[in-house]
Design a protein around this ligand. Structure first.
Ligand code: ACO
Length: 340
């Protein structure tokens, strides 16, 4: 009788790319009716990075991927799936940004596709990679969250333009037979009845490109900020409590809680509800703003590069975004720590 060995998905490496140009609160004060004090107090954001005019989502994604691949010790030729999460793709219809990133990396004849789950994109990708790996279909999955969010932000709308930044974060998710290296649990969900909380009305079949789209600025992101804020705190807290309880893990045993970086006040409220201390909660929103699908991998990259993330340490990821979508994941870091 043949016996099959169980296969688990493991988080092998992380990489990120942050564009050079900085947009500070002082810069925004010159663009809209706002102040550094208001932005800091309401969001915790001091600055965000903005991609160059000719720098597109796939450029940033490919640079983050290069780092993740190099740090994984996996050869490009061994990658058998490339997945990209973005709501600011190079092209809105086709080709997918994953296909373009694959080409820029020199990865050919490999399945590649995009997913759209807004800020939940990276954790959604983890669920897709896990399913492919644990079903035995793929072994080495390259995932990347990449956003040129500045391309859909109206820089005359003070309620949104202060929040968002550009960037990319990537990871190698690989098959392992070591259960202790595998993802512990992952939960992803959505509720389309809140789809009007965060929406980019055009272009799409509801609002195809037209003069009206341009005149009314329907190509820019629109957000019900306050309603999103309240729902985010509630959903994120509930999701984390559930995943911890289900796996009988106490919040004090989590060394790295890495929530979606949308607003310091949301992160603080969730951290407090979970009785987490400052050292446990990873905070990068102050310097990057909200980079949507790139926010969580950029934050993981920060703690990896600073030497805070060690092999085997538990990460708790928690996110929400347009859709509405939300997701949480509990997993060990199965890669090498940074070499100092
Ligand atoms: N500067 C000064 N005043 C401002 C600014 C600004 N940049 N923006 C809004 N205001 C004003 C408003 O006009 C309002 O004035 P009024 O009372 O005279 O009408 C006042 O400030 C309060 O506005 P609120 O919207 O109630 O402020 P709030 O405390 O909710 O903060 C914010 C706004 C920062 C947008 C907050 O609601 C938030 O962070 N929401 C969550 C957004 C989010 O997390 N999105 C994540 C998902 S993103 C994705 O999936 C792509």
């Amino acid at each position: 009788m043949s016996q099959t060995t169980a296969v688990y998905a493991s988080f092998r490496s992380i990489g990120a790319y942050v564009p050079e140009k900085i947009l500070s609160n002082a810069d925004l004060e010159k663009m809209v009716d706002t102040t550094d004090e208001w932005i800091l107090k309401r969001t915790g954001i001091s600055e965000r990075h903005i991609a160059g005019e000719n720098e597109v989502t796939s450029d940033m994604g490919a640079k983050a991927c290069e780092k993740a691949i190099e740090r994984s010790g996996i050869a490009k030729e061994e990658i058998d799936l490339v997945l990209c999460a973005t709501v600011t793709p190079d092209y809105f219809n086709m080709p997918s940004t994953a296909c373009i990133i694959s080409d820029k990396l020199g990865i050919r004849d490999v399945q590649a596709f995009d997913i759209s789950a807004a800020c939940s994109g990276f954790v959604y990708l983890l669920s897709v990679a896990k399913a492919f790996i644990e079903s035995g279909m793929k072994k080495n999955v390259l995932i990347v969250g990449a956003e040129k969010f500045s391309s859909i932000v109206d820089y005359t709308d003070r309620s949104t333009c202060i929040l968002f930044g550009d960037g990319a974060g990537a990871a190698m998710i690989c098959a392992t037979d070591k259960k202790e290296e595998g993802f512990i649990d992952l939960h992803a969900s959505a509720d389309g009845s809140y789809s009007d909380f965060l929406v980019t009305p055009a272009p799409g079949t509801v609002n195809p490109v037209s003069q009206r789209v341009i005149d009314e600025g329907l190509n820019f992101v629109q957000m019900k900020g306050n309603e999103t804020f309240k729902l985010a705190v509630k959903t994120l807290t509930k999701d984390v409590k559930e995943i911890l309880a289900k796996n009988e893990i106490n919040s004090e045993d989590i060394p790295h809680f890495i929530p979606h970086q949308a607003n310091y006040r949301i992160i603080k409220a969730v951290g407090d509800a979970l009785k987490m201390n400052k050292e446990q909660v990873v905070l990068t929103v102050g310097k990057y703003g909200n980079t949507s699908a790139a926010s969580i991998p950029m934050a993981i990259n920060d703690i990896w590069e600073s030497g805070r993330l060690q092999n085997g340490e538990l990460m708790l990821l928690d996110t929400f975004g347009g859709g509405l979508t939300w997701a949480s994941a509990l997993l060990p870091f199965a890669g090498k720590a940074v070499e100092k």
